[in-house]
Write a protein that binds this ligand. Structure first.
Ligand code: PEP
Ligand code: MG
Length: 750
């Protein structure tokens, strides 16, 4: 391998392609390839190691090492030099392998006589498939050119592996994407689903990794890059987006699309013998490897942008758009790296489940999935690399687990679980018309949370008494511009029609923090959750708030209207927000419009400060609704989006329940109606404890109403309170163990 000139590597790739075109089983092909590489580049040893499972590499073919070690020699990920190459995704090049850190001597291979070692990863789009190694007796460092040439060869091997060229007997030569795979992510929305994978962005398949005419390939690449640049320019100019974050992303795209370094690297790959598509993928693989190693979130995002732009370029080159012609399977489960709320809504309820590599509990996609009641698993790392369209998939949104291509036992157990849930649903359906009345006689009003027109049919189905929280921001999040007053009024009016006289508490726009409107000017904030959000935005820039209030007033037209303001931290804010509404009522009256029959104006209590507001606040507010998700985050100073800290603090800790008790007392003093509309209201045991602390109205997602009602009807709320008080008196940090133990003895079904 003394002289790996460009034409050498091209010649090697051509021979490789010819070899691959010959008939033969996977093993024969691998054997021929190692022989060919060793022969072409003049080194004594060439070996191919492939993964037999996520953690183990197996020597699958070799020229030069002892033949009996093939399929016998195995290394764990990170073990020895080969394992290190696989783990780091980058080459190791050393003149003195035995002297290298981590070297592991494997006597069965007979490799001790070889000094020089060069190993490069065989990877496709960041997915590690194996390691390609050359070794020589002469103690020398391989040149940069040689490393590069071997990487190009590894790239072709990766493509061919993906296409199934090396399928044969044994685990290591099993076809890719056929094994069962388990992904542990997080819960975005509870529920279970069984179905078939539908990739939001299907993988681009490159069938021609090697090309003969570099000039023609470079020309194809340049034309494609030009088309890419034009399309990005159009995106930038067409998107009427001010100077928000989306524009920044597009500008980054533009920068990458115009990057000379990127184009030059790809052209160099082509000169080595790769096709234009393979060259794009090679650079994309390198980007993904870097992405895995970069800790800085900003840099990671930029690498993601580069990854996106590479995908676009690949689609231009291969002509494979999002539309691959594949038909959506029955019971589709959407698998994507991430997805916007609008796109998810377009798929709508036909999806059985959604699995994302990214996303977060509070992301817009999660909000929509929740509204559509579709099970959602987030943070399923690498699933888009593993899954193929049509793969059998099980989504366990309760546990945040996904089984891809499950074996029969797993599928059977999963179906049992779904069947049990279906049975429970039937039981809950039987309770639909019954009140949530506990054995002690106390009744709790169960309402539902909503955010889309599509939620409203659940009012009938769930037996909810009304909508305790209508999150109006969804209508804003799924559009590209601020919705018009007329559109909003029509929508709110349809919501009220669908509610058929039941109360709907419309929460005014709650944006900022994690909910960023694509068209909103974004101010960089060090801590957005505690920043310019919700009512703070509404009061400082009241244009949209007032427009929304007008829309609500017009929608109500003679009907009762309930408005609540989010994230009120102090009395003054409530006064100001209320003033805006009063002014709009006056204005509507002057315009001769029919006013609502009556108006209730409430506040969400989401920061501890409001619980200590003056009595006048409690007197003035027509009702108060505890936003437990935010309240808990600020009570414990633990980010609700940060799994690491979020789980440390329990809703049933004595401290939090005592605080809830304080809010109940303050409201009782003034007779102010109080409800709770955070996620905890929908968890049966939490709901029971909230009721025990004095809450008589809970608002939750529709699917939770059955389970919550079922528990409340089987226990005494008064006795639960006694259990809580006793646990608190004993100085226990949480009442959960005591309540659970008591329930196990006293409630038949939980
Ligand atoms: C809450 O904070 O509990 C709440 C209901 O509002 P959101 O989850 O929309 O912030
Ligand atoms: Mg909130």
């Amino acid at each position: 391998m003394a002289d790996a000139t460009e034409s050498d590597s091209r010649r090697l790739l051509r021979r490789l392609r010819d070899t691959l075109a010959e008939q033969g089983k996977g093993q024969e092909r691998l054997d021929r390839i190692t022989h060919l590489i060793a022969d072409s580049i003049g080194c004594e040893v060439c070996s191919i190691y492939l993964f037999r499972d996520d953690d183990t590499l197996e020597l699958c073919a070799t020229e030069g090492l002892k033949a009996e070690s093939v399929h016998q020699t195995r290394l764990r990920l990170g073990e020895g030099l080969v394992g290190r190459v696989a783990k780091s995704g980058s080459p190791i090049n050393t003149a003195n392998a035995p002297g290298e850190k981590g070297f592991r001597y494997m006597p069965e291979t007979g490799e001790e006589i070889y000094s020089a070692f060069l190993g490069v990863p065989i990877q496709r789009l960041g997915e590690a498939l194996g390691v390609l190694v050359v070794q020589s007796k002469l103690a020398r460092q391989y040149t940069e050119d040689e490393v590069y040439a071997l990487e190009v060869v590894a790239m072709v091997l990766a493509e061919m592996t993906e296409l199934g060229a090396f399928v044969g007997e044994g685990e290591a030569l099993a076809r890719l994407h056929t094994h069962p795979a388990l992904f542990r992510g997080g819960t975005g929305q509870e529920g279970t689903a069984e179905g078939r994978v539908w990739l939001h962005e299907p993988r681009v398949v490159v069938t021609n990794p090697v090309a003969d005419d570099p000039q023609a390939e470079c020309e194809r690449l340049r034309r494609a890059v030009e088309e890419l640049r034009l399309s990005v320019d159009t995106l930038v100019t067409e998107a009427d987006i001010g100077d928000g974050e989306q524009k920044q992303v597009l500008e980054t795209y533009r920068m990458f699309a115009n990057s000379r370094g990127w184009l030059a690297r790809m052209e160099e790959d082509i000169l080595r013998g790769l096709s234009a598509e393979a060259a794009v993928e090679k650079e994309q693989s390198a980007t993904r490897t870097r992405m895995d190693q970069v800790a800085d979130p900003y840099l990671r995002e930029r690498l993601h942008d580069l990854d996106d732009i590479s995908n676009r370029l690949l689609r231009i080159l291969t002509g494979q758009g999002k539309e691959t012609g594949a038909a959506m399977p029955d019971n589709p489960v959407l698998v994507a790296r991430n997805i916007g709320p609008g796109e998810l809504l377009e798929y709508g309820r036909k999806l059985k489940g959604v699995v994302l590599e990214e996303g977060s509990v509070g992301s817009h996609a999660a909000v929509v999935a929740r509204a559509l009641a579709i099970p959602l698993v987030i943070h399923a790392d690498r699933i888009t690399t593993e899954a193929l369209n049509g793969d059998h998939i099980l989504v366990d949104g309760d546990q945040g687990i996904v089984h891809l291509r499950p074996d029969d036992n797993v599928a059977a157990a999963f179906r049992d679980k779904i069947a049990m849930q279906a049975k429970a649903m039937e039981r809950y359906a039987g309770l639909k018309l019954l009140p949530a009345q506990a054995l002690c006689g106390t009744t709790v009003g169960l309402h539902m949370n909503a955010g889309l027109m599509a939620d409203l049919p659940s009012l009938e189905g769930s037996g909810a008494l009304g909508v305790g929280l209508f999150r109006t921001e969804l209508q804003f999040l799924i559009r590209n511009q601020v919705p018009k007053r007329g559109e909003l009024a029509a929508l709110y009016s349809r919501v009220l029609d669908a509610a058929k006289g039941r109360r709907v508490a419309f929460r005014t726009l709650d944006i900022g923090s994690d909910k960023v409107l694509p068209y909103m000017k974004r101010v960089a904030e060090p801590n957005p959750a505690m920043g310019w959000r919700a009512i703070r935005v509404g009061l400082e820039k009241p244009g949209v708030l007032r427009m929304q209030l007008q829309a609500l007033l017009r929608a109500a037209r003679g009907r009762p209207l309930t408005v609540m303001f989010p994230f009120v931290a102090q009395f003054e804010e409530f006064l100001q927000a209320r003033d805006h509404l009063m002014r709009e009522i006056d204005r509507e009256g002057q315009l001769g419009h029919v006013l609502p029959e009556r108006i209730e104006i409430g506040a969400m209590l989401e920061t501890p400060s409001l619980a200590f507001a003056p009595k006048q606040f409690f007197e003035l507010a027509d009702f108060i609704s505890i936003g437990g998700n935010d309240l808990k985050q600020f009570f414990y100073a633990a980010d609700r989006e940060n799994e690491r800290v979020r789980r440390r603090y329990d809703t049933l800790n004595v401290s939090f329940l005592t605080f809830i008790g304080h809010i109940v007392d303050r409201c009782a003093e003034t007779g102010t109606p109080l409800s709770f509309c955070g996620e905890d209201a929908g968890r049966p045991v939490e709901a029971l404890c909230l009721a025990a602390m004095g809450l008589r109205t809970l608002s939750m997602r529709p699917a939770s109403i059955g389970p919550v009602k079922a528990l409340l009807r089987r226990v005494s709320i008064a006795e639960t309170r006694a259990v809580i008080d006793e646990a608190a008196a004993r100085g226990l940090p949480s009442v959960r163990p005591a309540v659970m133990e008591w329930l196990a003895r006293h409630a038949e079904v939980m």
